[in-house]
Design a protein around this ligand. Structure first.
Ligand SMILES: Cc1cc2nc3c(=O)[nH]c(=O)nc-3n(C[C@H](O)[C@H](O)[C@H](O)COP(=O)(O)OP(=O)(O)OC[C@H]3O[C@@H](n4cnc5c(N)ncnc54)[C@H](O)[C@@H]3O)c2cc1C
Ligand code: SF4
Length: 430
């Protein structure tokens, strides 16, 4: 993980802020983290005050500081960009949160217990935020998580070189210190599981199970070793770095896809020692959905980009996938997303050899949420909610994060967790 700002760097950066009256940065933050307020406090060297502002409004303020695509959020409308370049809001936020951790400053306290218990399903940013907000309001918040640790994609998906588990452990400690309880290795998957939670005395349930289902390429030959989905690879790279390094040293890796997950998988493979890592993408470099920072990080890591190229099948020898059969494409008319459609070019088929192919072509909510019959499931397996993240008219059942929006970003999961906690507080608070 890259070094954060030093005190002098942070103060110098904060001094560039123009202290705008209308603060476009604040309007650009989905979680209402109030960058205008915390930057002002930092300028006057009230760093604990700045940390209090961040953590009160966004319990995931440390993680957001590192992973938020600020160019499209708080920094997008930054007035300082008119004179020079936008204020580096994420880096300032990280400095402030890290300072609070370093000096042992904990600005948050659990509320007076109100005797109401709420179950949260899924310990990703949406679930953790909802749990923390409820604990601050005096609710008993119990998080049921099917994996062995908390954090969701922050723990298992986002690679260590971008945000280390050691850094994130501080954020989890802030949440635990509010009295939030965790039950790991405990999935909640069926309506019977939810009914049991209610029978056990939980007055409301917040479902935040994320979007972990990987889309696969529809090709004829895919049964063999040497093909892996992006999440399986990224989890392995975090959990078993030595084994992945041993496997990939000197290897040739293809990553199919052009989003941020593809970039993370490609850079992780390269850092694990792969000789050549190539991203294979059917449109142009410009049309790749990955953020500019992530694409640049992949270029900096030495990842190759094989653009305007589409896999049409995989090549198998002795039950092992040894490469991708690809064709060249050209771009035609625009589709609904405003990007030009790729069309396969005849007589261009060729094989790209690979020791490992990673598919990173999309993530969606797991269809297993369909088993909760009180929920309405909409397009793309997304849970349908109404105002206040309410997911059922009959039961106090709420939902948020990627399970509702489809694969999105951390700060929007935080926004949903806050909204659900606020609605639960209004409905059930005493
Ligand atoms: C590789 C990668 C890189 C990313 N990079 C960025 C980035 O740079 N910036 C950014 O803002 N966002 C990024 N994201 C997206 C971001 O991580 C997600 O939008 C965010 O984590 C969604 O939060 P969530 O709480 O909705 O779900 P998740 O983080 O997915 O958490 C859901 C949790 O629910 C658990 N769960 C699932 N089903 C059950 C069940 N039945 N019972 C109990 N528990 C269950 C899961 O194990 C998981 O812990 C990235 C995502 C990926 C995959
Ligand atoms: S939480 Fe993210 S979007 Fe909001 S101010 Fe902080 S870095 Fe910007």
């Amino acid at each position: 993980m890259e070094q954060g700002f030093t005190m002098n760097q942070a103060l110098a950066e904060a001094s560039r802020c123009l202290l705008c009256h209308d603060a476009p940065c604040a309007a650009g933050c989905p979680a209402s983290t109030a960058p205008d307020v915390f930057i002002r406090k930092l300028r006057f060297r009230n760093i604990k005050g700045a940390a209090k502002v961040i953590k009160e409004r966004n319990i995931m303020g440390g993680a957001c500081a590192v992973v938020c695509p600020t160019h499209a959020l708080c920094a997008q409308g930054c007035t300082a960009a008119g004179l020079d370049k936008p204020i580096r809001i994420g880096e300032l936020q990280r400095f402030i949160v890290q300072y609070a951790w370093d000096v042992g400053f904990q600005p948050l306290k659990a509320g007076q217990p109100n005797g109401v218990q709420v179950a949260i399903v899924g310990a990703g940013p949406a679930g953790l935020t909802c749990a923390a907000e409820l604990a601050k309001a005096g609710f008993g918040a119990v998080v049921f998580e099917k994996r062995s640790a908390a954090g969701g994609m922050l723990q298992w998906g986002i690679p260590n070189h971008r945000m280390s588990r050691e850094f994130f452990a501080h954020e989890l400690e802030d949440i635990r210190s509010l009295g939030v309880e965790f039950r790991f290795n405990t999935p909640v998957e069926t309506q019977a599981d939810v009914d049991k939670l209610r029978a056990d005395g939980f007055a409301a349930v917040f479902v935040a199970t994320g979007a972990w289902r990987c889309t696969t390429l529809d090709v004829e030959h895919r049964e063999g070793s040497g093909l892996e989905d992006s999440m399986s690879f990224l989890v392995r790279a975090k959990d078993q770095p030595d084994a992945v390094r041993k496997e990939l040293t000197g290897a040739e890796v293809l990553v199919v896809g052009g989003g941020d997950t593809a970039m993370d998988a490609a850079v992780s493979a390269k850092r694990a020692g792969a000789r050549d890592v190539s991203i294979v993408y059917r449109r142009s470099f410009q049309e790749m959905p990955g953020s500019p920072e992530e694409k640049q990080a992949a270029l900096d890591a030495g990842v190759h980009f094989v653009i305007l190229t589409q896999p049409v099948d995989y090549v198998i020898a002795d039950s092992k996938i040894t490469g991708a059969r690809v064709v060249r494409t050209r771009l035609t008319t625009e589709d609904a997303s405003g990007r030009r459609r790729p069309e396969n070019l005849p007589d261009t088929e060729h094989v790209l050899a690979a020791d490992l192919i990673i598919e990173a072509i999309g993530l969606s909510p797991d269809p297993s949420v369909r088993k909760l019959d009180a929920l309405t499931i909409g397009d793309g397996e997304r849970i349908v909610v109404s105002e206040g993240q309410r997911a059922s008219t009959d039961l106090p059942l709420y939902a948020g994060g990627d399970a509702v929006s489809g694969a999105s970003i951390v700060v929007k999961a935080v926004r949903d967790g806050k909204a659900a906690a606020e609605a639960i507080r209004k409905e059930l608070g005493r």
